[in-house]
Design a protein. Structure first.
Length: 120
C-alpha cells in the first residue's frame, strides 16, 4: 500500500478504509432496504435512509473519483427503478400537493442519475 499525495484520501490505506467501513456498508444497507417491502416505503427507510445514502455515495464517488463500493451503474439503475416504483405507488397518498410530489420525484431521479453517470 502506498501514499501518493498529501490529501486525506491520497493513500491506499485511506481508500481501503472508506471502501470497507463507509461505502460497502452503505451499499449493503440500500440493498437491504430495497429487499424489504415495508422498509423501502417512502415513509419508512426510503426517504430517511435510502435516498440520503444514495446522495452520500454520490458525493463520495464525485470526490474520490472511483466506483462507490463496487456498485455499478446497472446496480444504481436497478435501485432507481425499484425505489421509484414504490415511491410512485405510495407517495401521493400522504402528500396533498402534486407540485411537491413532482419536485420530490425529480430530485430522486436526479440523485440516482448523477450516481449512475459517475459510475460509467
Amino acid at each position: 500500500m502506498g501514499t501518493w499525495g498529501p490529501g486525506n484520501f491520497d493513500s491506499d490505506y485511506a481508500l481501503n478504509w472508506v471502501q470497507h467501513e463507509v461505502l460497502n456498508p452503505m451499499a449493503q444497507r440500500i440493498e437491504a432496504i430495497l429487499a424489504d417491502p415495508v422498509a423501502c416505503e417512502w415513509d419508512e427507510d426510503g426517504e430517511a435512509v435510502l435516498m440520503p445514502a444514495v446522495e452520500v455515495l454520490t458525493i463520495l464517488a464525485r470526490r474520490l473519483g472511483f466506483s462507490a463500493s463496487g456498485v455499478t451503474s446497472e446496480t444504481v439503475q436497478r435501485w432507481k427503478q425499484k425505489y421509484l416504483k414504490v415511491f410512485d405507488a405510495t407517495f401521493h397518498t400522504a402528500n396533498g400537493s402534486e407540485e411537491f410530489n413532482a419536485e420530490r420525484r425529480k430530485v430522486i431521479v436526479d440523485t440516482f442519475e448523477e450516481l449512475e453517470k459517475l459510475l460509467l
